[in-house]
Design a protein around this ligand. Structure first.
Ligand SMILES: *Cc1c(COP(=O)(O)O)cnc(C)c1O
Length: 349
């Protein structure tokens, strides 16, 4: 079990006292055919009505798919919104600190800076795992959140489950596990731990495996108390009607999504030996995500060459531990073909 976790101890006073804005659509309960309550236009445009503020249908479907009760689900306008809400709910500007583990997703640090929260960095170990001892040493009485990304962006690997559990057990405030790439991973989600650890928050998204980056649907899994706090704070209509609809249609087509994910994983594994055979590729790191991280002879050169051929990848060399590393997203089979062709051209220059 976790240490004594008390959500009230870490919730900002103004949030504890907040009485949420009550929108027309959230006050209305029951059935109606004539909506004259929200000053909307009555003319059909495909978006003339305000959306469901609590995304009922989307949550019901997600709850079935993810096997997590609706009251432990929060939907944000992308994971980014959830990350920002966590800061605004559970940290105190200028006083609190959070811990991140570079090389990792940059948004945690940006959100920390935006909220005037000190961001303490503990580098991953040489094999990109959590440095548990160093993290525990960095924690003090003002540490509110530890961010863990698993599978990690941009290294691709997943973090050891026992390390995450160790932190959940030895840190009394929030442990946020970002599982944006879980759909590509051999391991299952940590949602099974939610009932044992009230200080656990899990983030997922429809932006990657589900192919909905443009619809901005982030998912937070946590205790009912945490979800209720975030729900109280969020903008009333944070997820548009159009986005809710397109995401729901996609959830209902989950077998198609599973097929697409399987193809991406196949492609990833087909590409690995081909890329390994290139003489300028020094290392391909293990990955549980829809991208490959490569160490090459000269990342900048390679990046520029591909770009001049209309292919854009990500140079990650400026991150610690990632000298001369590029991150390549797995595309359609024919796109990956084009990439490989250009890489061989580059080799023969
Ligand atoms: C892509 C990504 C996300 C997704 O963010 P959204 O705002 O949901 O699109 C979250 N975390 C990580 C680590 C990512 O790489």
């Amino acid at each position: 079990m976790s240490k004594e976790f008390d959500i009230k101890k870490i919730t900002r006073q103004n949030v504890l006292e907040l009485k949420p804005y009550s929108s027309a659509r959230s006050e209305f309960k029951g059935h109606a055919n004539v909506f004259l309550d929200a000053n909307e236009s009555p003319y059909h445009t495909g978006a003339n009505r305000y959306p469901d503020p609590v995304q009922t249908q989307l949550k019901n479907e997600l709850s079935k798919l993810k096997k997590v009760p609706v009251n432990q689900l929060f939907i944000g306008n992308g994971s980014d919104e959830i990350i920002d809400l966590l800061f605004r709910a559970f940290t105190e500007p200028e006083i609190s600190n959070v811990i991140v583990n570079p090389p990792s997703f940059g948004m945690y640090k940006v959100a920390a800076q935006l909220n005037d929260i000190n961001c303490r960095e503990v580098l991953l170990t040489g094999d990109f795992q959590l440095d548990i001892e160093a993290i525990l040493r960095k924690i003090d009485e003002n540490t509110r959140i530890i961010f863990i990304c698993s599978p990690n962006n941009p290294t691709g690997n997943r973090m050891k489950k026992e390390d995450v559990i160790h932190l959940l057990q030895n840190f009394e405030n929030l442990v946020v596990v970002d599982e944006a790439y879980i759909d590509f991973s051999e391991d299952e989600s940590l949602t099974g731990l939610l009932n044992d650890y009230p200080n656990l928050v899990i983030l997922q998204t429809l932006s990657k495996g589900w192919g909905m980056a443009g619809a901005r649907i982030g998912i937070g899994f946590a205790s009912n108390e945490i979800v209720a706090t975030l729900t109280k704070m969020k903008m009333p209509y944070n997820v548009s009607e159009i986005n809710q609809k397109i995401a729901l249609d996609r959830l209902l087509a989950s077998s198609q999504v599973q097929q697409e994910i399987a193809i991406i994983i196949d492609e990833r594994e087909l590409m690995r030996p081909v890329l390994e055979s290139l003489d300028f590729v020094e290392k391909i790191f293990p990955t549980d995500a829809n991208f490959l991280l490569l160490r090459v002879k000269n990342a900048k050169n390679l990046y520029q060459y591909l770009l001049s051929n209309g292919i854009v990848i990500r140079d990650r060399s400026n991150q610690p531990l990632l000298e001369n590393c590029v991150r390549i997203t797995v595309g359609l089979p024919e796109e990956n073909e084009i990439l490989i062709e250009k890489l061989f051209e580059y080799q023969s220059l």
